[in-house]
Write a protein that binds this ligand. Structure first.
Ligand code: AMP
Length: 446
């Protein structure tokens, strides 16, 4: 099947062809006709499936088919994402796919100056990609008119709820016109997502694509059992001996990410860390360096890595397993994307055996073991509780929305997040282990 038969205009097809896409992915085949028909959509799809084009292409088709009034241009399509990185990525895709259309798009997120965003909005924007916090800030300053939104997209809705954005989402919804098309994309379907979908969507069409990363043949997954103290040495050896040139490495904590990047540097392996305490500029720079081959290793926490789109990433290493099994699937989804193949290796110490069991239960299979000579674990070492980081007051991976360390804003009493989510916080990474602590309302990612 080709893109030609989906009812998209020549200008859109031309832009798609320039991206090198020869045929639509399964989610695109299913979602594009639904969105064009005007119906609400509930889509189960992860990053890596081509979901962004799945909603963007028909959106562009609809917006460009209906003439825009001259002069003031209110926002006609709003795409909400949980993280800055995903917003930037989606925004990039929107501008690529719309390059031959007379439509204007803009990406807004926190952590950068609001004034240029206000200026651009004043000039008129058809498609706005936003993280919820910054969007609300703009709305409070009357810098954005959401009363004419025709299509709303909630991208990675599960992650938005995990990160505690439900209240912000409700506030945004209150600013939208009642009559509109709603598209909800989520990798998982918790009860919370179902509740949100029931409220938000009217008679939605449901589409689902296989969770390519759990079933994927494209990603080879392996586990090496190794003592915690020897992980760094082993990683440096594997990178060196295997001549790995582009490796995304996951740690559980921001501190761990910094430390590992430094240590790899000392081993002569160029590395940078990317996490929520880094400024947006530093994150963007690190990602650009990593993509261009300027650095070999990018060490990231889960939230920071969310939404990263790095084409044909050959190696993902779980330096530490995530606390939440689902995050493992998200992590390895960074490799083996589109038609590429990739390898995901997990370095597992004795403390992490339970986490590994949880992951394998989720995958419904055992991950093959790899033994590396000279690194057999010392059987005398006993498991210890997992340390998730230093004691801190803030949480979440996005960094600054004005509530720095020390902030202790209580979670609103209406917090309906399930016990699990409350216990885990917004995400497993970037977040210290604190059994009971005051929580901030937002992760600070927007
Ligand atoms: P997404 O799931 O939207 O993050 O997309 C994952 C990756 O697949 C991105 O790098 C896209 O550029 C790429 N992609 C999207 N649609 C297609 C397609 N039809 N053919 C090949 N690659 C695609």
């Amino acid at each position: 099947m080709s893109f030609d038969s989906l009812g998209l205009s020549a200008d859109i097809l031309r832009a798609v062809a320039e991206q090198g896409y020869s045929e639509p992915t399964p989610i695109q085949r299913q979602a594009i006709p639904v969105v064009l028909s005007g119906r609400d959509l509930l889509a189960s799809a992860q990053t890596g499936t081509g979901k962004t084009a799945g909603f963007t292409l028909p959106l562009l088709q609809k917006l460009s088919a209906k003439a825009t009034a001259r002069g003031r241009r209110p926002v006609r399509a709003l795409i909400l994402t949980p993280t800055r990185e995903l917003a930037a990525q989606v925004g990039e895709n929107v501008s690529e796919y719309s390059k031959y259309l007379p439509l204007r798009s803009l990406v807004v997120f926190g952590g950068v100056s609001i004034n240029p965003q206000m200026m651009k909005l004043r000039g008129g924007v058809d498609i706005l990609v936003a993280t919820p916090g910054r969007l609300l800030d703009l709305a409070h300053q009357n810098a954005v008119d959401l009363s004419q939104v025709e299509v709303l997209v909630l991208d990675e809705a599960d992650r938005m709820l995990d990160m505690g954005f439900i209240h912000d989402i409700r506030r945004v919804l209150a600013k939208l016109p009642a009559r509109r098309q709603n598209l909800l994309f989520s990798a998982t379907f918790s009860d919370e997502i179902k509740t949100l979908a029931e409220k938000l969507l009217h008679n939605p069409e449901q589409v689902e694509v296989a969770r390519r990363n759990t079933a994927s043949e494209q990603v080879s997954q392996q586990v090496v059992f190794v003592d915690k103290k020897r992980k760094r040495e082993l990683l440096s050896q594997l990178i060196g001996e295997g001549n790995w040139q582009q490796v995304l490495v996951f740690t559980r904590t921001k501190h761990g990410a910094n430390h590992l990047a430094e240590q790899l540097g000392k081993d002569g392996i160029t590395a940078a860390a990317i996490h929520g305490n880094k400024s947006q500029g530093a994150r963007t720079r690190a990602l650009a360096d990593f993509k261009s081959g300027g650095i070999r290793v990018l060490v990231a926490t889960d939230i920071a890595a969310r939404g990263l789109d790095i084409e044909e990433l050959p190696h993902v290493v779980n330096y530490e397993l995530p606390n939440v099994a689902e995050d493992y699937v998200h992590r390895i989804g960074r490799t083996g994307r589109a038609a590429a193949t990739g390898a995901a290796l997990s370095l597992v110490c004795v403390d992490e055996h339970k986490l590994l069991r949880d992951i394998e239960r989720l995958l419904k299979r055992e991950i093959p073991r790899l033994a590396v000579a000279g690194y057999d674990p010392d059987p005398g070492i006993k498991a210890e509780p997992i340390q998730n980081g230093r004691q801190q007051q803030t949480r979440g991976g996005g960094g600054g929305r004005g509530r720095g360390p020390g902030s202790s804003m209580p979670r609103p009493s209406g917090d309906k997040r399930p016990q699990q989510a409350r216990r885990q916080g917004p995400a497993s990474a970037d977040k210290p282990a604190r059994p009971r602590r005051p929580a901030v309302k937002r992760s600070g990612n927007s």
